[in-house]
Ligand binder design. Structure first.
Ligand SMILES: [Zn+2]
Ligand SMILES: [Zn+2]
Length: 455
């Protein structure tokens, strides 16, 4: 049988990538994440799948493929799928975003996870703090330029630029031709040339099949991008124009964004203050000499939340949090130095503002994607209410982690694979518009239906 790819997630949706590659009886899982709106007809922030029921609460609504030999024994305890020894040889991971990693926690811990060296540092940081879906799996690390073999398949990981460090695309040689998989990518980020490296490498191999993301391929294509440099320029203007506190919501594992705000702070004489979870991550990532990462304690400070007794006792905190207690800044500290602080505050931490009691007239920067679904809109309303309550101005400032629709089209044209399978997009059918020469066949994926590499 010729090699084949089956998509179980990332089909007509943004995120949730779950692909199975099969070649000569060897099976590899390529990303295994949680979709952003996956299961939203049944689950949301108020009704969630029960941890105690393993994969059962997801199988119920077909949110996880029921594949024998993939899951851990504990995941299957209350399901009709019987546990068998692993039939899968590896999970290969493009990058550490939950829409690519989120379901790995259900997978049999005997199956190794292949990931980039930086991804393994991010995994270590989460593993040490709040837990990681990769916990319990043997980890096999790679860098650009490495090659690794899983049965008849040879994987060439090539870095791409994205909104988290350590993101990769892959060129995969199988017994029946080459597959290219982009992972998530952008060209307008600080390391856009890395994505170009991937395109160049993929193009040379004349792939039979291209699995490409298309997050921003949509009927109303945006014409331009805000770059990370523009975010820094705008942020600096806002910070310089604010006398009291500046606080912002952004993804703490987006190291480019951390650097952007760190730079704006340095240029304006403010201190960047992050959560303990982000502090752990920054400390781990300093081991990667190729990354620029601000130093905790010297470049950035850590916010110390009140917990349990409310008296900042060691015993109120987890072991991983304790090293930050002595030097942490409390709500009172932040209030005293509010004109000199830029505080990273996730929405679920907004009640801290009640303790901080900032003076009116500060600035809030929403440095994340704008709401794209009902739940997001609900959260945005809550955020706006809080910002209004403290009398701050609301600003939206964000550089996307994904390429523009037209740039995706250019990538497809340049790589010029025989079959194009659009994933991680709500509009796979729109890829038709990129085919100007009729040189390739569009193969929009169908959940659970294998796509053969045969010509
Ligand atoms: Zn993604
Ligand atoms: Zn991503």
């Amino acid at each position: 049988m010729p090699p084949r790819v089956t998509c179980y997630g990332g089909v007509g949706e943004i995120g949730g990538n779950k692909f199975i590659l099969e070649d000569e009886g060897v099976k590899v899982v390529l990303d295994f994440g949680t979709g952003f709106s996956e299961g939203s007809d049944y689950y949301d922030s108020s009704i969630s799948p029960r941890g105690v029921n393993g994969a059962g609460d997801l199988f119920e609504f077909d949110l996880l493929p029921q594949l024998p030999g993939l899951y851990a024994e504990e995941s299957l305890q209350n399901t009709h799928l019987r546990y068998t020894e692993p039939e899968y040889d590896a999970v290969v991971l493009s990058h550490y975003h939950s829409d690519h990693t989120g379901r790995i926690g259900f997978v049999d811990g005997k199956i190794p996870v292949y990931c980039g060296e930086t991804t393994s540092l991010i995994h270590d940081a989460y593993s040490d703090s709040t837990g990681s879906p990769l916990d319990g799996h043997p980890i096999m690390r790679f860098r650009t330029g490495d090659k690794f073999r899983i049965g008849p398949m040879e994987f060439h990981p090539i870095h791409v630029d994205h909104s988290i460090p350590g993101a990769y695309g892959f060129v995969i040689h199988t017994s029946g031709g080459t597959i290219a998989y982009t992972g998530d990518f952008r060209f307008h980020g600080p390391a856009g040339s890395m994505t170009r490296d991937f395109v160049d490498a993929a193009k040379l191999e004349k792939p039979r099949l291209l699995l490409t993301e298309g997050t921003r391929v949509s009927p109303e294509d945006e014409a331009s991008n805000m770059s990370e440099t523009a975010v820094r320029t705008e942020a600096l203007k806002m910070v310089l124009g604010t006398k009291s506190l500046v606080f912002s919501t952004f993804r703490g594992n987006d190291v480019d964004r951390v650097n952007t705000f760190f730079d704006a702070c340095r240029a304006s004489g403010r201190r960047l203050v992050v959560s303990m979870k982000v502090a752990v991550l920054l400390e781990k990532l300093r081991a990667d000499k190729r990354l620029r990462v601000p130093r905790v304690g010297r470049d950035v400070d850590v916010y110390l939340r009140r917990k349990k007794t409310g008296k900042f006792d060691d015993s109120d905190y987890y072991t991983w949090e304790r090293p930050f207690i002595a030097k942490g800044l409390t709500a009172e500290d932040i209030r005293k130095m509010q004109g000199k602080v830029f505080l990273h505050l996730e929405a679920w931490n907004f009640p801290e503002l009640i303790d901080i009691k900032p003076d009116r007239g500060g600035t809030y920067i929403h440095a994340a994607t704008e709401a794209f679904n009902e739940e997001g809109e609900k959260e945005e309303t809550l955020i706006r209410n809080w910002v209004e309550h403290v009398g701050f101005r609301y600003a939206q400032l964000h550089a996307s982690g994904h390429a523009l629709g037209r740039e995706v089209g250019e990538l497809v044209g340049q790589i010029s694979a025989r079959k194009v399978v659009p994933v991680h997009t709500e509009h796979p059918e729109l890829f038709k518009r990129f085919d100007r020469t009729g040189g390739w066949r569009l193969d929009p994926p169908v959940k659970g239906k294998a796509i053969s590499l045969a010509p």
